[in-house]
Design a protein around this ligand. Structure first.
Ligand code: AMP
Length: 292
């Protein structure tokens, strides 16, 4: 695997690949890689000839300085994992490479995210998606990929990137990979490293409530009950779960992330949750299509 730390080094390597007619897929990450990331890299290798992964803990998308400070950075293990899935290039820039100290930051990444920046993660983490757009646009310009693969684990982020690609008319195919889970249902996350054993058990309440919600949606589709009742039930369960401090539970239209209504097509329904366990903020979601 080629490890490059500068945009110039990256361009040279990728120019070589392109000259050989290779198609390039890109998976941006913040490192502390787990099987979820690796599943995206495996998907990427089925979609293109060469796979580029970036590891960059982007300071501008952290609205909580403590979270940034505590973010795990096990780079040597990450490199071993990337080698194991045959990643071709690791782009590993320092902060100064992406945000030059000259302060001559171009603002051409700025886009209007509309509602996406005002609901759920946008509402709870002010400035987060602005930071995401800023770095992903810089990374897209540096890598210039044919395909970019993102995880459903961060569904709202996928919609934000979709909007970025559309507004900037970037010639990039966006592909979403499913959420990889532990056998017990816990969504894999780099932040899970910070959970105690008890916390890992308590965190199961998120995926379990989403699973129960999916069953209730199948019932709703048959004409039983209302979405409002299903929302309340999920909220009650999560609020009663030991060690879980609920931030939000939402039932939305997965294309817009606006609140779902009784008229929303069942195939478009998604349940999303954010909660704190052990001082760690966790998110999860599930597409609730009863036929899925
Ligand atoms: P992160 O390193 O957390 O910024 O995540 C990098 C990419 O991996 C994003 O597209 C995430 O949505 C995706 N990702 C994170 N966790 C998972 C998971 N459990 N399954 C699949 N993809 C994931």
């Amino acid at each position: 695997m080629n490890i490059v730390k500068t945009k110039k080094g990256l361009r040279e390597k990728l120019d070589e690949f392109r000259a050989q007619g290779h198609k390039i897929a890109f998976v941006p990450t913040m490192g502390a890689l787990h099987e979820g990331h690796l599943s995206l890299l495996n998907k990427a290798s089925t979609l293109a000839d060469k796979v580029v992964c970036s590891i960059f803990v982007n300071p501008t998308q952290f609205n909580d300085p403590e979270d940034l400070k505590k973010y795990p950075r096990p780079i040597e293990n990450d490199i071993v994992l990337l080698e194991s899935v045959g990643c071709d290039v690791l782009f590993l820039p320092e902060v100064e490479e992406m945000y030059p100290a000259s302060g001559e930051e171009d603002k051409d990444w700025e886009i209007d995210l509309g509602v996406l920046d005002q609901v759920l993660e946008g509402k709870e983490r002010p400035g987060h998606f602005k930071g995401v757009v800023q770095i992903v646009y810089k990374l897209f310009k540096a890598v210039n990929p044919d395909v970019a693969v993102f995880g459903q684990k961060d569904l709202q982020q996928v919609l934000v990137i979709e909007s970025l690609i559309r507004q900037k008319q970037l010639p990039i195919q966006l592909v979403m990979g499913p959420t990889k889970r532990e056998e017990n249902g816990l969504a894999m996350s780099s932040r899970n490293i910070r959970l105690s054993d008890i916390g890992k058990q308590q965190a199961l309440a998120l995926s379990q409530t989403l699973a129960r919600t999916k069953t209730r949606i199948a019932d709703w589709q048959k004409g039983n009950g209302t979405l409002a009742e299903i929302r309340v039930k999920a909220e009650e369960e999560l609020k009663a779960a030991p060690g879980v401090s609920l931030e939000y539970f939402a039932l939305c239209d997965r294309k817009t992330l606006l609140d779902a209504t009784e008229e929303t097509a069942p195939k478009d329904l998604v349940g999303l949750v954010a909660a704190w366990v052990d001082g760690v903020r966790l998110i999860d979601n599930s597409i609730l299509d009863p036929d899925d």
